[in-house]
Design a protein around this ligand. Structure first.
Ligand SMILES: NC(=O)C1=CN([C@@H]2O[C@H](COP(=O)(O)OP(=O)(O)OC[C@H]3O[C@@H](n4cnc5c(N)ncnc54)[C@H](OP(=O)(O)O)[C@@H]3O)[C@@H](O)[C@H]2O)C=CC1
Ligand SMILES: Nc1nc(=O)c2c([nH]1)NC[C@@H]1CN(c3ccc(C(=O)N[C@@H](CCC(=O)O)C(=O)O)cc3)C=[N+]21
Length: 291
């Protein structure tokens, strides 16, 4: 069997089309949603993601405000940029591109954000609401990558309730909040959250109905580990630069052979990445709607 590919580009386009009418409605009430980005340093991956976010905004009619600081910016410089984003009325939501350079306390910087402007859902207040709000509706922003994963599974009809989901990686932007989201009432997955100290990753993955790989190790997830019929979502991204052309290629955590075993596969590129960006736009629109 060859897996059905979960097309993140097409799904993100559908989400963006749905947002367009909400953006038009906001503008007719005199509110223009605006996304701010704060980037510190020149990591090529981060530069490319931030550029993509500004392109997305232009496409759907969201203003975008960009602050780029040099890699040697001090914590005081970063703090001042966060204060300016909190105070700028044109910014209805913003993100601090992670990781920040070594020496800058990421958690302390996230905590300085105005939680009402947190477009990533990573401010402790919003993560706390996700932990507390197991039942019912949440009106706080959700972390973009987990929200994008759930949105894509939903649109392809991959059922989540009662399923055993194995999440590989416990990082702040993907694995940790994904476990919180998938175990809420209504989604009702049974989640195993694995990491580098997990003793037997293979046997954990073998039991999974849905596998989400968010590590950053190319080819970590092997075809023999996949229960036939499982859904596999590749999230990890490693940039591999071709020394001859200087061009970078993006490689996921999932071995290409998995495509022959899984029922559904979200690939890298073209899977969860574009969905992450679409959910960021959704958070910015929803923050503007709450104004
Ligand atoms: N497509 C998208 O939209 C996005 C993609 N990403 C990508 O997803 C990946 C993860 O991102 P992020 O969570 O921020 O990264 P982190 O570096 O914070 O987390 C990586 C996680 O992988 C775990 N890990 C490392 N090696 C192994 C191993 N051999 N077996 C099992 N687990 C392992 C680590 O374990 P431990 O905690 O024990 O060290 C850690 O929990 C990255 O490649 C990133 O580029 C991230 C965000 C969005
Ligand atoms: N505060 C913060 N929030 C984040 O959400 C965040 C972050 N920091 N730091 C880095 C990671 C990574 N991330 C990606 C977003 C989109 C793509 C994406 O669009 N990928 C495309 C390819 C893009 C390309 O070609 O460069 C794809 O997979 O098809 C990838 C990765 C968000 N992250």
């Amino acid at each position: 069997m060859t897996a059905m590919l979960l097309d993140g580009v097409a799904t993100a386009t559908a989400v963006k089309q749905e947002l367009a009418s909400r953006i038009a409605a906001l503008k007719s009430h005199g509110v223009t949603p605006g996304l701010g980005t704060l980037l510190v340093g020149e990591d090529p991956g981060s530069l490319s993601y931030v550029a993509g976010k500004h392109r997305d905004c232009a496409e759907v009619g969201i203003e975008s405000i960009r602050i780029d600081l040099p890699a040697d910016a001090s914590e005081a410089d970063v703090r001042a940029a966060i204060v300016s984003l909190n105070e700028n009325p044109a910014v209805t939501g913003y993100i601090i591109q992670l990781p920040l350079p070594a020496g800058i306390n990421e958690n302390a910087m996230l905590e300085l954000m105005d939680p009402a402007k947190d477009a990533d859902g990573l401010h402790p207040t919003n993560l706390g609401k996700l932990v507390l709000g197991v039942l019912g509706e949440l009106d706080s922003p959700l972390p973009c990558t987990p929200a994008g994963i759930v949105e894509m599974l939903g649109r392809y009809g991959v059922s989540i309730p009662g399923k055993h989901v194995v999440v590989v990686g416990r990082g702040l932007t993907v694995g940790r909040p994904l476990g919180l989201l998938l175990t809420r009432k209504g989604l009702d997955a049974t989640v195993t959250l694995t990491h580098s100290r997990t003793v037997d990753l293979e046997s954990e993955v073998r039991r999974a109905d849905i596998i989400v790989a968010a590590v950053g190790v190319p080819g970590l997830i092997k075809p023999e580990w996949i229960k036939p019929g499982a859904a596999v979502l590749d999230v990890g991204i490693t940039r591999v630069v071709n020394p001859e052309t200087g061009k970078a290629r993006l490689v996921g955590d999932v071995d290409p052979g998995v495509r022959e075993v899984a029922a559904f596969l979200s690939p890298v590129p073209g899977g969860v990445g574009p969905m992450t960006r679409a959910m960021l736009l959704k958070n910015v629109v929803e923050a503007a709607e709450r104004l």
